[in-house]
Design a protein around this ligand. Structure first.
Ligand SMILES: *[C@@H]1O[C@H](CO)[C@@H](O)[C@H](O)[C@H]1NC(C)=O
Ligand SMILES: *[C@@H]1O[C@H](CO)[C@@H](O)[C@H](O)[C@H]1NC(C)=O
Ligand SMILES: *[C@@H]1O[C@H](CO)[C@@H](O)[C@H](O)[C@H]1NC(C)=O
Ligand SMILES: *[C@@H]1O[C@H](CO)[C@@H](O)[C@H](O)[C@H]1NC(C)=O
Ligand SMILES: *[C@@H]1O[C@H](CO)[C@@H](O)[C@H](O)[C@H]1NC(C)=O
Ligand SMILES: *[C@@H]1O[C@H](CO)[C@@H](O)[C@H](O)[C@H]1NC(C)=O
Ligand SMILES: *[C@@H]1O[C@H](CO)[C@@H](O)[C@H](O)[C@H]1NC(C)=O
Length: 191
């Protein structure tokens, strides 16, 4: 319940101040960054089909992990947001199929954000690969024209400074230590 309210409050609070970026078509090479309320941004990366973000250069123990960029159309919520490996930082990684970002926007669920072929049977129950847009500068899931949900959360991993990216749809059992994040295209200020 709190999170639904948050989305509506955020709408009220931001709608006067934020000018929606006006873009007309698909954009590629878009890097997305997660920001906690007190932390600098870290880029979203791919590891074994799931989404993580890093506030440090530590690496996750994973089979295939890579920096990624997105191809997305902010004006068309029927289009999936696909990812590509960064061939500069990860020249040896390629994906053998088109991978779409998914979230599980099921009421009460706390599920890690991931990437899958929309053809595949590996999408978790309730997952969606479309409906994404921006609310101001924040990535949102457009539940309806008046309800832009921003329920991205971070949860610690066993690697210091690396967090798993979750969608928290008002779950009562978000783990201790997990925290709300916003997802933006804005790169962090370098420190
Ligand atoms: C790939 O990573 C490099 C180094 O971080 C960065 O400069 C470049 O913009 C990235 N390219 C894409 C397409 O994400
Ligand atoms: C992403 O690129 C940076 C260098 O810009 C590198 O330190 C880091 O290990 C890369 N992350 C992954 C998951 O490959
Ligand atoms: C990519 O693969 C080549 C050949 O196996 C290897 O020499 C190189 O170190 C690898 N590069 C990275 C960034 O892992
Ligand atoms: C891509 O590779 C994955 C993992 O090896 C496999 O499960 C999947 O079927 C492959 N997809 C295609 C289109 O070959
Ligand atoms: C889905 O499968 C079809 C047929 O195998 C293939 O042509 C298409 O590219 C696939 N789409 C994605 C998004 O991988
Ligand atoms: C969240 O992080 C904590 C600490 O690393 C871990 O014990 C817990 O399993 C994680 N929760 C989920 C849902 O992954
Ligand atoms: C979370 O932390 C609070 C306060 O330390 C504690 O009472 C509660 O049992 C913890 N919950 C979980 C699921 O660990």
């Amino acid at each position: 319940m709190f999170f639904k309210t948050f989305a509506i409050l955020a709408f009220g609070a931001l709608s006067t101040a934020a000018s929606l970026p006006h873009r007309r078509s698909s954009e590629s090479d878009v890097v997305l960054y997660c920001y906690g309320s007190t932390s600098n941004g870290g880029p979203i990366f791919y590891a074994d089909g799931l989404a993580y973000f890093g506030m440090s250069a530590n690496t996750l123990d994973a089979g295939v992990s890579t920096n990624i960029s997105f191809t997305l159309d902010p004006d068309d919520t029927t289009t999936a947001w696909t990812i590509q490996p960064n061939t500069t930082t990860n020249p040896n990684v390629s994906f053998n199929e088109t991978l779409d970002m998914y979230i599980v926007p099921t009421d009460g669920s706390f599920t890690q954000v991931g990437f899958a072929s929309s053809n595949s049977s590996s999408l978790p129950t309730g997952a969606v690969t479309t409906g994404f847009s921006f609310f101001g500068t924040n990535v949102a899931y457009v539940e309806s024209s008046s309800n832009y949900d921003m329920m991205f959360w971070g949860n610690a991993t066993t690697t210091d400074g690396i967090f798993a990216l979750y969608w928290n749809d008002g779950s009562d059992d978000a783990p201790n230590g997990s925290f709300a994040v916003t997802v933006k295209t804005t790169p962090p200020v370098s420190i």
